[in-house]
Design a binder for this molecule. Structure first.
Ligand code: ZN
Ligand code: ZN
Length: 305
């Protein structure tokens, strides 16, 4: 069992590494397609693929890092690395969008001269086909091996393929109609699309990095578990939760009679910790014991026992 899990992790890491190589090849091809054609739309598509290289590296880093158990330097585990990487990814995406906007603006104001557009379109189409095939591989293996990071990156590639197909159709139209101003206009649409994607990634990981509290439903389950297992104690208060990736850290104060022995209080704490950690996967509970004069009024959100 352990060996099969290890080899699956190895395979996931290998596919994640291959993903970086494929992304680099696609960027190179798309950049060549831009160079031979001078098309702003193909430039925007190439820049979007640079984002893919960064995304591929982020996914690799996240898979490798999240597999590491807690160590003496990071005693609560490494689950936040993923969000830090995603924040960086969001910032890089924004930079790519701004670069495309500048290029599109220059094209709109100064006009565009499309050269060898058929060659450019052919090279870009080949790169897009590689992307589409690779997206299929990532989603298939990611699903088989239950790796959310691979599946997510595969779906991200699918949206890129759709963008590329849009760029190819638009640029073909621009060449056919001779209306070359369509070219920077398509690029501007791609830039807005990329910016939206970057904003979503950045805000999502930002709220998770800022120690977001558990949802009201989870908090209700915690309070329910305290009520059901707190017999012998008087009250629980100052319940605080914070999420870090798949980990959920929970802490609260437990008021017990001052005359209670350490043995008895500890038994209640163990019972509470075990029941909460059992009912909420990935949770870690820490309880601070207090005598009755530290009890808080009921309207403070305290759980009476
Ligand atoms: Zn207290
Ligand atoms: Zn203990």
């Amino acid at each position: 069992m352990a060996t099969s899990t290890t080899s699956t992790t190895d395979k996931i890491v290998k596919v994640a590494a291959a993903n970086i190589a494929v992304a680099l090849v696609v960027v190179l091809l798309k950049y060549i397609a831009y160079l031979v054609s001078g098309s702003v739309a193909l430039f925007s598509d190439a820049l979007e693929s640079i984002v893919n290289v960064i995304t591929a590296m982020t996914a690799y880093f996240a898979i490798w890092m999240s597999a590491k158990p807690p160590d003496s330097d990071h005693q609560f585990g490494h689950s936040k690395a993923e969000f830090l990487a995603a924040m960086f990814e969001g910032a890089m995406i924004a930079v790519a969008a701004v670069l495309i906007m500048i290029k599109a603006y220059q094209g709109l104001v100064g006009g565009v001269t499309l050269e060898h557009s058929t060659l450019g379109l052919t090279i870009n189409s080949a790169a897009t086909a590689i992307n589409a095939g690779w997206a299929w591989v990532m989603i298939k293996f990611g699903t088989d091996w239950r790796s959310p990071a691979l599946v997510a990156d595969g779906h991200h590639l699918v949206t890129d393929v759709i963008t590329s197909v849009g760029v190819i159709i638009g640029l073909t139209l621009a060449v056919w109609t001779g209306w070359h101003i369509l070219d920077p206009l398509i690029a501007a649409v791609v830039a807005v699309n990329i910016l939206t994607m970057g904003y979503r990634i950045a805000t999502e990981s930002m709220s998770r990095l800022m120690d977001e509290a558990a949802s009201p439903e989870i908090e209700a389950r915690i309070r329910g578990a305290i009520e059901a297992n707190g017999i012998g104690a008087l009250q629980a208060h100052d319940i605080r939760t914070r999420q870090a990736g798949r980990a959920l850290f929970i802490e609260f104060h437990l008021v017990v009679p001052g005359s209670m022995t350490v043995d008895e209080a500890h038994a209640i704490c163990d019972r509470l910790e075990n029941s909460i950690e059992h009912s909420l996967e990935g949770s870690e509970v820490v309880i601070h014991v207090e005598p009755e004069y530290k009890a808080k009024p009921e309207d403070s959100g305290a759980v009476p026992l």
